[in-house]
Design a protein. Structure first.
Ligand code: URP
Ligand code: ZN
Ligand code: ZN
Length: 466
């Protein structure tokens, strides 16, 4: 006998309807009104929304970066994700310079094995095409292993940045395969000049992380990588963490021209700003040092409109947490030494629901689309993930639209000693979270087994709305 979620409103990107959901084993067996309760364990969902589990396609768990390692490993990061209503993540395996991609694949599988609390996939962050570009063949091998998206960084010179030739060659290969290139778009070499000039002028505080990374440097990189995609014959391209109107307009222009270009923004760019959160006394604003940086508040409305109008298809977190006390403080003397990244995996669903749906900026259906259905489609997991429908994995949220919650580091599960959303009050939260049919979260408590999460062998994704 199964579990019957009864009397709730089932939401997809297309519609909201009253229906019961029958879970049998790991799968959804039926979605229909008036399913007989006989013999099933019944979950009373009257007044509740029944949503597909959230999918966060941009996380950095257990990642070496900025002279340290991100504070959430696979256990803690995926537990926090589940508590916040996210049932799938796609994390980044980082290829080390001078090493084939397979090494990174094995390293990241070892990091996650026995630890992940929810299902997870991997992107491959490409840093080196190898001797005579021999490791371009690794791209084909990765696709066979279920890694169908490849990340490149146009920023972080001498660490992760690749040049245009590398991007172009990678795109030629992914274009042939139908795979996706995800892009951190910022002009890293120009930013480096501005950074060195700021340091020489004695500007060493966290605010200068933001002031040395102008919006034009982001927009220029988006423009350039769109051109590279076009030159490569129309390579499927996904711009990660779009933070400002200028960069978003470049994505919009590319899509208008019919190019296979998509984009995401992240929760922090929708609700935080340089005015509200940077320039705080002491070293406090090191908590908000991530890349791209927080932007002026005037960017928030255009970004929300882009999310609503499908200029941007996804809202993710770029969860890359570092503790304040012993990690962010590595940069006390110079902002360049502050590990870049912020915590957010736990709060994405609450914040996008509250500031999106409750505030009338996006519909309920669009909320489901940008947090679950579109990521599943773009990253080759649909309809296994991303929808409450017969045959799909039973990754389901019983979502209480009236539940009030105050975000605070004091009660969060993420392993940071602060929250960038401290004191934010939200209405709407996951009451119950099912992952492949198993009740893993009830009333904010994680009930699942550590290590139960499975590696997702992803297929090729779709180009959204192209
Ligand atoms: O500051 C950030 N975003 N850290 C993680 C690496 C990246 O650029 O996504
Ligand atoms: Zn990035
Ligand atoms: Zn990132």
């Amino acid at each position: 006998m199964g579990t019957l979620i009864k009397g709730g409103k089932v939401v997809s990107a297309r519609e909201t309807r009253l229906a019961d959901v029958l879970i049998e084993g790991e799968k959804i067996a039926r979605v229909a009104p008036g399913i007989e309760a006989a013999g099933h364990t019944v979950v009373d969902a009257k007044g509740m929304l029944v949503l597909p589990g959230g999918i966060d396609v941009h996380t950095h768990l257990d990642m070496p970066f900025g002279g340290t390692v991100s504070a959430d490993d696979y256990e803690w990061g995926t537990r926090a994700a589940a508590i916040g209503g996210t049932t799938t993540v796609i994390d980044f395996a980082l290829q080390s310079m001078g090493k084939p991609m397979m090494e990174a694949f094995k390293t990241w599988r070892a990091k996650s094995e026995g630890k992940a609390c929810i299902d997870y996939g991997l992107h491959m962050a490409v840093t080196d095409l190898g001797p005579n570009d021999a490791w371009l063949d690794d791209v084909d091998e990765m696709v066979r292993l279920g890694i169908t998206s490849f990340k490149i960084f146009m920023a972080y010179p001498n660490v992760l940045m690749v040049n245009d030739a590398t991007i172009f060659k990678l795109m030629q290969r992914t274009q042939k395969l139908g795979a996706l290139v995800c892009v951190h778009a910022e002009n890293g070499t120009v930013i480096d000049v501005i950074v060195q000039q700021a340091l020489a002028a004695g500007h060493t505080g966290p605010l200068y992380h933001a002031l040395t990374r102008p919006v034009t440097a982001e927009a220029e990189a988006v423009h350039r990588v769109v051109a590279l995609s076009e030159l490569a014959g129309g390579a499927n391209t996904y711009i990660v963490h779009v933070s400002c109107e200028e960069a978003m307009r470049e994505v919009e222009a590319a899509r208008r021209r019919g190019l296979p270009v998509m984009g995401e923004t992240c929760t922090q760019y929708l609700v935080l700003s340089i005015e509200d959160d940077m320039g705080k006394p002491g070293f406090e604003d090191a908590k908000y040092v991530f890349t791209p940086p927080l932007r002026e508040k005037k960017n928030q409305a255009p970004l929300w409109s882009a999310v609503k109008d499908d200029v941007l298809q996804v809202v993710s977190t770029d969860h890359c947490p570092f503790r304040f006390k012993d990690q962010k403080t590595l940069g006390l003397e110079a902002f360049t030494k502050i590990p870049n990244g912020g915590p957010g995996i736990e709060n994405r669903m609450q914040l996008v629901y509250h500031h999106g749906v409750n505030a009338g900026r996006i519909s309920l259906e669009r909320f489901v689309e940008v947090t679950a259905e579109a990521p599943a489609k773009i990253f080759g997991m649909f309809p296994k993930k991303g929808i409450v429908a017969a045959g799909s994995d039973a990754d389901i949220l019983v979502w209480d639209p009236e539940a009030k919650y105050t975000i605070t580091a004091a009660t969060q599960s993420m392993h940071t000693d602060y929250s960038i959303f401290e004191g934010f009050e939200v209405k709407g939260n996951a009451q119950q979270v099912f992952s492949r049919g198993e009740l893993v979260v009830q009333g904010g408590k994680f009930l699942g087994r550590v290590g139960r999460g499975q590696y997702l062998h992803r297929g090729l994704g779709e180009v959204a709305g192209g």
